[in-house]
Design a protein around this ligand. Structure first.
Ligand SMILES: Nc1ncnc2c1ncn2[C@@H]1O[C@H](COP(=O)(O)OP(=O)(O)OP(=O)(O)O)[C@@H](O)[C@H]1O
Length: 229
């Protein structure tokens, strides 16, 4: 297994938000976190990337435990948050450069990737702009490109298609499939059930902070069909 989460519980301000959550995902697997608003999907994702403390449980990528060596663990994944988290003092290109340095991406690989991504996401003419001069969707594109640049074992994405236009959404979907073929493990949250069915291999359904069902995506489709009957 590439990603292993075991018995994670999270409290925020004295309220128990996640209860004993466990999941795992293998190489080249796309895992969708699903559930109603407030079920705990973003909290779980933030906990898996070390942005939120847990009260119990363990999280590891390739046996690198989040609690033993956070810096090493952080080099094992990239992350696209629900709301873009950009630096107001950095231009689009400077953001990409920050990722190049953080993940030690070589110059040639970096140059070809940013050219391809800026072209596909249609933001080449925004390369010297600061975030305040970008629309929300464009900021989301910059954030998405940052996370797609490094080749890491795991990619975490919170609501990947929110705010993206249809062309960018289509390209992202194709790119996630390409990354999956190359062996990347992808964990995403989404409310778009169609995307779960077309993109994911497995799913974890959260209900009030607990895992209510978990398995191959065909099982999820069966549950959805049964609900409709
Ligand atoms: N910073 C916070 N302070 C207090 N409560 C929080 C905080 N963040 C999340 N919560 C609570 O934790 C619960 C889970 O929220 P979370 O954002 O993880 O849900 P979600 O499944 O991602 O929801 P959505 O689908 O609406 O994005 C909610 O009850 C929310 O109010």
């Amino acid at each position: 297994m590439v990603l292993r989460v075991e018995g994670c519980s999270v409290e925020i301000g004295g309220a128990q938000i996640l209860h004993d959550v466990s999941l795992e995902a293998g190489r080249g697997e796309i895992l969708a976190l699903v559930g109603h608003n407030g079920a705990g999907k973003s909290t779980l994702m933030k906990t898996m990337i070390g942005m939120r403390d847990k009260q119990s449980g363990s999280i590891a990528i390739h046996q690198e435990n989040i609690d033993d060596h956070l810096k090493g663990y952080k080099r094992m994944f990239s992350y696209i948050p629900e709301e873009p988290l950009l630096f107001s003092e950095l231009t689009t290109l400077q953001h990409f450069d920050l990722y190049k340095q953080s993940y030690s991406i070589d110059r040639e690989t970096f140059a070809s990737r940013i050219e391809r991504y800026m072209d596909a996401f249609e933001i080449t003419d925004k390369k010297d702009e600061y975030p305040e001069a970008l629309s929300k969707g464009m900021r989301q594109k910059v954030q998405t490109i940052c996370a797609l640049l490094p080749v890491v074992p795991v990619l975490f994405i919170d609501e990947p298609f929110m705010g993206l236009d249809v062309y960018a959404g289509k390209f992202l979907e194709e790119e996630l499939n390409r990354k999956k073929e190359e062996g990347m493990t992808i964990v995403l949250t989404t409310h778009q059930l169609e995307k779960v069915k077309t993109l994911a291999d497995t799913y974890v359904m959260l209900k009030n902070g607990s895992v209510s069902s978990y398995g191959p995506v065909e099982f999820f489709e069966m549950l959805e069909r049964r609900k409709d009957q």
